[in-house]
Unconditional design. Sequence first.
Length: 334
Amino acid sequence: MTHVAVIGYGYWGPNIVRNFSNIPNIRISWVCDLNPKALSQVRNAYPAIQTTSRLDDVWNDASTDAVVIVTPTATHFPLTQQALKHGKHVLLEKPMTQTSSDAKKLVYLAKRQKKMLMVDFTFMYTPAIQKIKSLIEKKALGDIYYVDSVRTNLGILQKDSNVIYDLATHDFSIMDYLFEETPTTIAATGITHRELKQETVAHIAATYKNVFLHCHVSWLSPIKIRRMIFVGTKKMLTYDDIEPSEKIKIYDKGVSFVKDPKESYQLRIGYRSGDVTVPHLPIEEGLSGMANEFVRAIQRNKKPMTDGEMGVRVVRCLEKATESLRKNGKPVHV
């Protein structure tokens, strides 16, 4: 039996508790939150779980093997540091930390303490992203020219994190997983909300060795969009996370270039438009796969798929995108 404590029961905490509660041989030992109403909700829904507003209750419980930290980004570094020093495995919500230097310190500390450190990049555990990974590895789309992504909605505006850290985290983590590369340069433009003093809209261009990413993220849109387009030399693919059943569509479309034998300096351009296929995807919650991965990592002493080092790479991309935006779009090296 592995005992897990959850720190933070706000927006995302209930989903974490629900998914870990469904895993065999897992017991949620504590839920810790400063809000009495949140703790009351836990007691009503899960009478067997102990609740507290004191972190020391979690740190000093020797039977608690791991903690899941579901708190604002600004608190991630000190909370994870304390958890690791008290001998707990740690699962962190995204983004890992506010700075890559803090993220690196946590990775080092986890190795020193011989504890697992994992980041909840939930999309990596969804059947849709797993399918796209398989298609790219099989070269079913050919070589990928570029990826175009849009993530917009109205809110949730945050005081300690900008829209890049909130939403572009998904795109940089997905690109890291699918292509196993980090960008060479990043350029970003956007706008900053006067009262909030945080960037609320951004357009990001990231150049990788073999692929290009354009990402549009916004907290100020009337429409919620979660869509990525992958353009390959053979086929093209759209991924719409909001779509309930047909999340992935593969288009047999493309452009071909053939040299004109009569005019060596000219190219003939051909356009191909074929069928659209919709792969069958199992109906599985990504958060469930993520929770199971954390438990497997602990029980088998095996590095998780979205480990702390991946978290460091993603935070560095977020830092550089924010830096570029604040330099009026000047490209920065990663």
